[in-house]
Structures are given as structure tokens and as C-alpha cells.
Ligand binder design. Structure first.
Ligand code: ADP
Ligand code: MG
Length: 503
């Protein structure tokens, strides 16, 4: 099985301070909303954008005496995600209460998995360009509940609470501090999103907050990170700050850059970075302190007495593993190795699984590179321009495949094929029938081409003299013949005939 391509690690981002160089060290805690119709411990709907407080079961509202019941589907989704990042799945995990007060958390605690997460160590390969990738280790994935939403900007004197999101299942995916720059952090989130979208375990919608990240940033002198890697001793790294709740790739990058420079200024000034939670303000482009870093004991974590430890069987996991789709790295490697695509093109085509499926339908039984060119340059180019996607494309994979067949058979030239694509885009229809009906077929009839060549030569004696002295000018005749035949003459045949006639 092709796993992923061989790669070398990118250079870490270096920021030059006033006194010395600094490197960045970043670890992410990504919160991914589990794709599921029902919540983690209740049957209430997870539908987005509903009337406030209309998707709230008694247990979500923490009515006295209500008991949580685990949603097996959400557990399966977490296992699937774990398998997708090649992680160890824990046969036994357990839920803990993380106690804190918040108006949108009626229970007074969040049910999470601090001590015994369902998913253990895994990895994500983060592509940073052809042949360059970073391996980011995953520490764990645990299941937990989301909180509700407090709304402070609807009324001048009152705040409102919407509990629709309360109790929705989240996967918290915790990375090791293996990310070495802002671009890598964004690429890491993109890669996780891509994997989960392939798996169908999280829709990755960042605008709706279905995928958001807490970003931990520290800086250290060159060489310190290598010592951490050798020893796994965190004391080689700088003190980190955590930037909470980021749901935009652009802001993640800007926040990391700002935060690293803020820490460097403190350190070069002889100060110390205090470990704390910070918030990014996109309007100012700054991070500001939210609270000093809390410790686990502040939350008085303890095993939730309402929930038994979660025990799952290996056979159940094996069943989920057997149903996993082909994942992005494997698909990309297959496109490169089996279809001869460049790594770049394979990356573009596998970005979204729907795109990859469309491409494969076009490439099936045809030349892979040619199919890739047409899908990326003509189809994606046009879809982007018109704000469409492959699902809403006016040209189907079968139609595009038909165009490629006509080129391969020599029925139409590449130039005519673009006209044909345009007709398919605006009017639809069957490519072969259109070419037949509108006389778009390439002329390969040598007699007809020869006649056209002879006519051009007869009409331009001056040019003929020049071309005889300078063979490079033969191209002019080829152009004239193609023009005279409406682009339908087979260019190779025209070239050959012109060369022969000019001697
Ligand atoms: P906590 O549970 O207190 O937030 P964790 O050890 O779980 O602490 O770490 C949270 C995140 O911070 C992880 O993603 C981890 O990789 C990252 N992290 C830990 N140390 C550093 C550091 N020195 N610099 C950057 N990120 C770090
Ligand atoms: Mg944390």
C-alpha cells in the first residue's frame, strides 16, 4: 500500500531579533465538531442555525435527575478520525467532569476525557510544497461536549443564552509542539480538515466554528528544539502562550507572527514570558491577555459518576478500519505513481475528495496527465471563475472524458477542443455529436490539406523565396494553412507538407 511520498522537512521559521535569531515552536489543540445528527449524550439535533434553544434535550439543559447516554455514532466517528491519523485506539477510555461556571454551561461542568482519551498517539504529514513536508505528532484525541452560546450584542441591557450547541460532540485533537512556523500551522489545520472531510467525521466549516484551534506559541534560540527532540524534555523549549479559539487560517498565521515577536521583545529586554491564555484581536492584529494559565486542579477534574468507562472491542474497531476510504496521502501517491502526475497536480486534484472523484472518472481508461491538464486548467479554472464546484459543474466528467477521447483519436485539435468545451459549458450535449454536427472535425485528409498548402504557396511567391533561404519562416505558411482551414487541419500533417513543398 502506498502510504505517502518521501519528503524532507522544511526549515523552521527564523525571526531575527535585535540581539539574536529565534525559532518558533507551535502546538495546536484543534476542536473539531463531530459530524453527527445527534449530540454526544442526548438525542437533540445538532442542526446549525435553528431557532435559539429549540435543539435542547432535558439533559443538555442540565435538568435535575437527567442522565447522559453516550451516542455510539459519535464514538465511532472519533475512532474513525483516530484511524485516519494512524493513531492507537484505546479500548478503554473514560469521561471526566471539568468543573467551571459559565452561563452557557448549565451543568456547571463540561464532560471531557482528561485522563483516558479514546485516541492515543498518531501523526499527520503536513505538505509544504513538492517533496517538502513536516511530520506532526499527535498526542491524543478526546471526546468532549461543546458549550452553548452567550449573546451580548442583541440588547443594550440584557445578555441571552442559546443552548442549541450545548452538548454537541467535539473531538479535541492535541498535537505535539512539532509545528515550526505560521504557514505550517495553517497547513496543519488544512490537512486535518482535509483528512476529516475525506472521512466524513467533521465538515471542517471554520466560519460556523465547526473547526477551531487553540494555538500554543513559544520561541527558543536555534538548536534548542533539536535538544528537545532528542530528549523530549520540555525544559529546552521556551514558555508558551495559548491563543484561544481561532477559526480562520489567515488569523492563525497573523496571531502566531505577532505573538512570537511579542515574546522575542520581552526576552531580549531581559524579561520572562508568562504562561497565559491570550485572545487575538483581528482588528488590531494583536494578542492580549485573557487569563493566566489555569492548572488542571483548578477544574477539579474527576471521573463522571453518571458514565461508565467506555469499553470498545477490537473487532468493532477493525470493522470501522475496513470501511475507511482511501485517504489524501495515499490517493496523492497513487496519482503520482500510477498515473504519472506531478506531485503538485496530484495535490491540487486530491485537495477535496469530490474533485479527486471527478478527476478519476475523467482519467478512467484515458491518459492521466492529459486528464489532469483538462481538469485543472480548463475545468477548475472555469469553475473558480464562476464560483462553482465540481458538484455544480455544467460539464460532467463523462462529457470532459468525451472531449479527451476526440483529441486522442485525432478527431479534433487542442484548439478546437477548447471551443468544444465552451459549447459543452454553455449548451451541453454529447461531444462527439457536436463535433460531427458542426463540422468541427480535424481534417486529416492529406489531399485536402495539400490543396490548401498549394493555394497558399501559389498566392505568396515572395514569401516562398524568403522561406527557402530561411527555413524558420516555414511557420508562417503553417499558420496561414491552419487559418484557411478554420483550425481544423491536423497541425502535424500541415507541418510536414509545408516542409516538403518548400524543399
Ligand atoms: P495543557 O493541557 O495545559 O494545555 P498540554 O501539555 O496538553 O497542556 O499542551 C497543550 C498544547 O501546547 C499541546 O498542543 C502542546 O503541543 C503545546 N505545547 C506544549 N509546550 C509547548 C511549547 N513550549 N511551545 C509551544 N507549544 C507547546
Ligand atoms: Mg490546553
Amino acid at each position: 500500500m502506498l502510504d505517502h511520498l518521501s519528503y524532507t522537512a522544511p526549515e523552521p521559521k527564523v525571526i531575527s531579533g535585535a540581539k539574536q535569531d529565534w525559532e518558533l515552536v507551535i502546538g495546536l489543540e484543534v476542536h473539531a465538531q463531530v459530524s453527527s445528527n445527534a449530540k454526544l449524550f442526548s438525542g437533540a439535533s445538532t442542526g446549525f442555525g435553528a431557532e435559539p434553544n429549540s435543539h435542547v434535550a432535558f439533559v443538555d439543559a442540565a435538568m435535575p435527575g437527567m442522565l447522559p447516554v453516550i451516542n455510539e455514532f459519535c464514538v465511532a466517528q472519533a475512532v474513525k478520525t483516530g484511524l485516519g491519523i494512524k493513531a492507537a485506539i484505546n479500548l478503554r477510555s473514560a469521561f471526566d467532569r471539568k468543573n467551571y461556571f459559565y452561563p452557557d454551561l448549565p451543568q456547571g461542568y463540561q464532560i471531557s476525557q482528561l485522563y483516558h482519551p479514546i485516541v492515543g498517539e498518531g501523526e499527520v504529514i503536513v505538505d509544504m510544497g513538492p517533496g517538502v513536508a513536516r511530520r506532526v505528532r499527535i498526542e491524543r484525541i478526546h471526546l468532549e461536549q461543546d458549550a452553548g452560546k452567550s449573546i451580548h450584542d442583541m440588547d443594550p441591557t440584557m445578555s441571552f443564552v442559546d443552548l442549541n450547541r450545548t452538548g454537541v460532540a467535539l473531538m479535541e485533537i492535541v498535537s505535539r509542539p512539532d509545528i515550526r512556523g505560521p504557514e505550517e500551522a495553517a497547513a496543519y489545520v488544512s490537512k486535518l480538515r482535509q483528512i476529516m472531510r475525506y472521512l466524513g467525521t467533521c465538515d471542517g466549516n471554520m466560519q460556523n466554528g465547526n473547526l477551531r484551534a487553540d494555538v500554543n506559541v513559544s520561541v527558543c534560540p536555534p538548536g534548542a528544539y533539536e535538544r528537545y527532540q532528542e530528549t523530549q524534555d520540555f525544559s529546552h523549549l521556551g514558555t508558551r502562550c495559548e491563543i484561544k479559539n481561532m477559526n480562520s487560517l489567515r488569523f492563525i498565521q497573523a496571531a502566531i507572527d505577532y505573538e512570537a515577536r511579542r515574546q522575542i521583545a520581552i526576552l531580549e529586554d531581559g524579561g520572562k514570558v508568562t504562561q497565559e491564555t491570550r485572545l487575538y484581536d483581528p482588528d488590531k492584529g494583536e494578542t492580549r491577555s485573557m487569563r493566566s494559565k489555569e492548572e488542571a486542579h483548578d477544574y477539579r477534574y474527576f471521573p463522571d459518576p453518571d458514565l461508565l468507562p467506555l469499553e470498545i472491542e477490537q473487532a468493532w474497531i477493525d470493522g470501522i478500519a475496513a470501511g475507511l476510504p482511501e485517504l489524501p496521502d495515499a490517493k496523492k501517491a497513487r496519482f503520482v505513481e500510477a498515473l504519472g502526475l506531478s506531485e503538485y497536480d496530484a495535490g491540487v486534484l486530491t485537495a477535496e475528495v469530490e474533485n479527486a472523484d471527478y478527476f478519476e472518472a475523467v482519467a478512467q481508461g484515458r491518459d492521466g496527465k492529459m486528464a489532469a491538464n483538462w481538469v485543472i486548467n480548463e475545468l477548475f479554472g472555469r469553475l473558480n471563475k464562476e464560483g462553482l464546484s465540481v458538484e455544480t459543474s455544467p460539464v460532467s466528467a463523462a462529457q470532459l472524458g468525451g472531449v479527451i477521447d476526440l483529441i486522442a483519436k485525432g478527431d479534433i485539435s487542442g484548439k478546437i477542443a477548447k471551443d468544444l468545451f465552451e459549447i459543452l459549458w454553455t449548451e451541453g450535449g454529447d461531444p462527439a455529436q457536436i463535433v460531427e454536427a458542426r463540422g468541427m472535425k480535424q481534417v486529416t485528409d492529406l489531399g485536402a490539406i495539400e490543396k490548401a498548402v498549394d493555394e497558399i504557396i501559389a498566392a505568396n511567391p515572395g514569401q516562398v523565396e524568403k522561406a527557402k533561404a530561411n527555413p524558420k519562416l516555414a511557420g508562417w505558411f503553417v499558420g496561414q494553412v491552419l487559418k484557411a482551414t478554420g483550425g481544423k487541419a491536423n497541425p502535424a500533417a500541415v507541418n510536414e507538407l509545408v516542409a516538403k513543398k518548400l524543399g
